[in-house]
Design a protein. Structure first.
Length: 80
């Protein structure tokens, strides 16, 4: 399950929305550990997301990162 607009991450949510993506957390398994990521029309920027360290999570249809900081930096690069 992908949870968008995570509380406390408004800056990241706004950066993602400005480039037409949705930021949030991709939950996996019954325990529901989450990884920060983006979803939406990512096809035009998928190579940039890969280069920034994202991995595609097919279950959630989202590109996920190891940390919120990594996601934030990727969004900055995409906006530039």
């Amino acid at each position: 399950m992908f949870i968008g607009n995570v509380s406390g991450k408004e800056t990241i949510n706004n950066k993602a929305a400005a480039i037409g993506l949705k930021a949030g957390e991709a939950l996996r398994g019954l325990g529901g550990y989450g990884k920060p990521g983006v979803t939406g029309n990512t096809y035009p920027v998928k190579e940039q997301l890969k280069a920034a360290g994202a991995k595609f999570d097919g279950e959630n249809k989202a590109w996920v990162f190891d940390s919120w900081e990594q996601l934030d930096q990727a969004l900055d690069s995409l906006a530039a």
